[in-house]
Design a protein around this ligand. Structure first.
Ligand code: NAD
Length: 493
């Protein structure tokens, strides 16, 4: 793909009028609000498109449409919902290249990452939701009663820009499978893939009102959704700041709140680990998507006696990354997604230097030869103290902290010593020891020796990383209420 393809995509979206519209009640409609925002290509810093933003009145209209559609959608057969999700899955795969281009353009993912990860992994959430809709026991019988697991209602879904399509499908797929109706507010920084996804749902034949899209800012549209008295559940993936504001806005209406928030995930390398495998895999995972993943293992916790070896292998792995134009197929890492992220990454690299961590590769500023665009240098600090800012705060960029330890007990303590608890990795040859360490880590997911991604594995946070679980069966259950009917007596008949 070249820049020509990206230009054509924007031209298509502009001429179709979708950039000016919201999707409410089965129609592409003009918003009531008059605000607009630019979509910035982070590789050039140029505005490439403008979208129309909705406001609180648009949220009201979308919630009315979703409430009305809930009456029939919530009692539709799970098989018919599975069939719809099957069509959505096929259409995403059919339009995969279009999605990859949109994502690369709106948030700077290298086209290779967009094609191999952002889009196919997003499609997987829809496939899993389809399968679960068809097989989940929505009614069970126990102890003379019936337990009905029913759709919770109208769901407000708020998503971030880092894995824009993936974060949307991780919520929309299970919510639809459960029988919920939806008002989606994607990140205003990455609206293109969300518009294409809405078009997919429409082409798949989703009934009017079941899915509604309201683009807009967090403080206007996101906050209106969170506070809305007729929204039954709000699910946000984003920063802790936004997650707390959403919970506060939601509290007076006692709606269910699901939060997928930040992380500072540890990668605990045990003394017997095969460093030649574990360290490059750890660097790759930490820098995946330019470090803009909530569960990126950005703290590599390593035996002190092997620190020099770890440093050498880690720097070699970082040097092999190709940072550059996201539209070039050779590029492994594009720019970070926006100006705020670029500033944040620079601030945290400066903090690491000021606090006395040892900079072993990368550093401040842009990589050589890249004068424009939000490009950061893949940066590794060693001898990082567990209490330094770069060991405690989420950076959300290509910055890895190597922290030495003297005993496995101390390593586990360091791994657990942040406010977060989202992802974690453990590396070691002896499986029993690795499993024992995995069991001691306080986080929602632990990976032993870099297993492949599994869309069935529940994902979510302990501590300040959030509340609730996404993906797989647990992700579906998030959108269900349980009703126990006593006196039922026996099986359904
Ligand atoms: P962000 O919090 O700025 O925005 C996320 C979403 O929340 C956007 O749609 C935004 O418009 C909305 N929002 C912002 N303020 C709001 C408010 N007051 N009320 C309602 N909605 C509001 O986050 P971001 O910069 O888009 O994403 C990066 C953050 O997301 C990181 O902290 C990252 O760790 C987190 N994240 C978490 C997960 C996870 O699954 N745990 C996954 C991806 C990203």
């Amino acid at each position: 793909m070249g820049n020509g393809d990206a230009t054509r995509l924007v031209e298509q979206l502009t001429s179709s009028g979708l950039l000016d519209r919201l999707y409410i009640g089965g129609e592409w409609v003009l918003p009531m609000g008059h605000d607009r925002t630019s979509v910035i290509d982070p590789s050039t810093e140029d505005a490439i498109a403008e979208i129309a933003l909705g406001n609180a009145q648009d949220v009201d209209e979308a919630v009315i449409a979703a409430r009305s559609a809930f009456k029939t959608w919530s009692v539709s057969s799970p098989q018919s919902r599975a069939a719809l999700l099957g069509r959505v899955h096929s259409l995403i795969l059919e339009r995969a290249e279009l999605f990859a281009q949109a994502i690369s353009l709106e948030m700077g993912a290298a086209i290779s990452t967009a094609r191999s990860a952002q889009v196919p992994m997003a499609a997987e959430h829809i496939r899993v939701a389809r399968d679960n809709a068809g097989s989940y026991p929505f009614v069970i019988h126990r102890e003379g009663m019936a337990l009905m697991r029913e759709a919770i209602g109208v769901c407000g879904l708020i998503t971030p820009w880092n894995w824009p399509l993936y974060q949307i499908t991780a919520k929309v797929g299970p919510a639809l499978a459960a029988g919920c109706t939806i008002v989606l507010k994607p990140s205003e920084l990455s609206p293109l893939s969300a518009l294409l996804f809405t078009q997919v749902l429409r082409d798949a034949g989703i009934p009017p009102g079941v899915f509604n899209l309201v683009n807009g800012s967090g403080p206007e549209v996101g906050a209106a959704l969170a506070a809305h008295p007729d929204v039954d559940m709000i699910s946000i993936t984003g920063s802790n700041r936004a997650g707390v504001l959403v919970a506060q806005a939601a509290a007076p209406t006692v709606k269910r709140v699901a939060q997928e928030l930040g992380g500072k995930s540890p990668n605990l390398i045990l003394p017997d680990a095969d460093l030649a495998r574990a360290v490059p895999a750890g660097v790759a995972a930490g820098f995946r998507n330019v470090g803009q993943s909530c569960s990126a293992p950005t703290r590599m916790i390593v035996p002190r006696e092997r620190l020099a070896e770890v440093e050498r292998i880690a720097c070699e792995a970082a040097a092999a990354l190709v940072v550059g134009d996201p539209r070039s197929p050779q590029t492994t890492h594009g720019p970070v997604a926006n100006r705020a992220q670029f500033k944040r990454v620079q601030e945290m690299i400066d903090a690491g230097i000021t606090e006395g961590a040892r900079l072993i590769c990368g550093g401040p500023g842009r990589p050589q030869g890249l004068e424009r665009g939000f490009y950061a240098r893949p940066t590794i600090f060693s001898n990082v103290g567990p209490q330094m800012r770069i060991a405690q705060e989420e950076i959300f960029g290509p910055v890895l902290a190597i922290i030495p330890y003297d005993s496995v007990d101390e390593a586990v303590e360091i791994a657990n010593d942040t406010v977060y608890g989202l992802g974690a990795h453990v590396q070691g040859r002896e499986l029993a020891a690795a499993r024992a360490v995995a069991a001691r880590i306080r986080s929602g997911q632990v990976h032993i020796n870099n297993p492949p991604w599994n869309p069935h594995a529940p994902f979510g946070g302990y501590k300040h990383s959030g509340n609730g679980r996404e993906y797989g069966v647990e992700g579906l259950q998030e959108y269900l209420e349980t009703k126990s009917i006593l006196g039922w007596q026996g099986e359904p008949g």
